[in-house]
Design a protein around this ligand. Sequence first.
Ligand code: G3P
Ligand code: CA
Length: 390
Amino acid sequence: MEQGQRPGRRSLLGAAAALGAGAVVLGGGAGQASAASRGQGHGGHGDSGSYKDLPVPTVVGHRGGSGYRPEHTLGSYQFALDNGADVIEQDLVPTKDGHLVCRHENDITGTTDVASHPEFASRKTTKTVDGEAHTGWFTEDFTLAELRTLRAKERIPGTRGHNTLYDGRWQVPTFEEVLKWADEQGRKRGRRVWLHIETKHPTYFRKAGLGLEERLAKLLRRYGRSGRNAHTFLQSFEPSSLQRLNKLGVDCPKVLLLDDLTTRPWDFVEAKDPRTVADLITPKGLRWVAGFAQGIGPWLNLVIPRDKNDRLTKPTTLVRDSHAAGLIVHPYTMRNENSFLPADFRRGTDPNAYGDVFGAFKTYFATGIDGIFSDNCDTAALARADFVKR
Ligand code: G3P
Ligand code: CA
């Protein structure tokens, strides 16, 4: 597998924000496994609650409909549900008083108006989270009551200027509020709403006395989402978080997220386990993952690497190897803007303009993936419709 995958995944959104601020000139299937052969349907929502009944490739609304609304808000989740997502994603972090809230990271500087609250100015600080220094404001330094005085805003206004229309409209949602919203929306639709829930920085928070998994398990039980067929996926970059959820008796299908090849899950770093992502995606590594999870969520570049010019190369054997280990594959993240697409599918010179996204989806779907995280669920759903009727 090639490694020409720069800039690193974690810096991509920041890079897009920088690109969006100014003019930048942009350049211009194999191994498909049958979803049906793995017992997964193409046809629509059976409502057994089993992931095997979801349409394939499954469209996961990444942070809701984050291409159109400030991420991880009820507005973003509602947009995703109303516009083609089969499953809606939540990322979870805790408050100081132990409530789970939906944010992509505990640093809320870029996605809330906290910086404009003088009463919280003294809370600005620098912390090292999973080995990286961050300066800003952090959820674990706020009680829920304090956090609820803030308002969510668009993360990348330079790229998604239209979304700033909604800045200030929504609060940071609690996870319990989202569970209630999902129940209510399910009742209206006559079918339960699927969720894809990620534990963020679980080792970091456990060391801070704010373990995520017990709190998550309690809420999942309370809302009837802890079973095998409970319309719920659980995901984490840290294997031990998924293993802990298993030990807590939470039987939802679990998806191990995978970053760049050379990285190590943070729980491995803390435990001095030398294995990297490259080790985990070998057939042996995948068999190990299948001991506690039902799927993987790889960075898209692990499915089809990019070369030094950001063009797609040959698909790896990851999808085939995962299926051989009994694991489904939900890669992340498809976004419609040129700045995020492989160079093969960019159109024109505006980094914020949409590229040939349908071409990109077709290429990724042809690898046999079972689902895809996308900021643009409506586009992903149309691409899926094209793909299944081909
Ligand atoms: O959880 C899938 C995808 O969201 C993983 O990346 O960093 O956006 O949470 P991240
Ligand atoms: Ca996530």
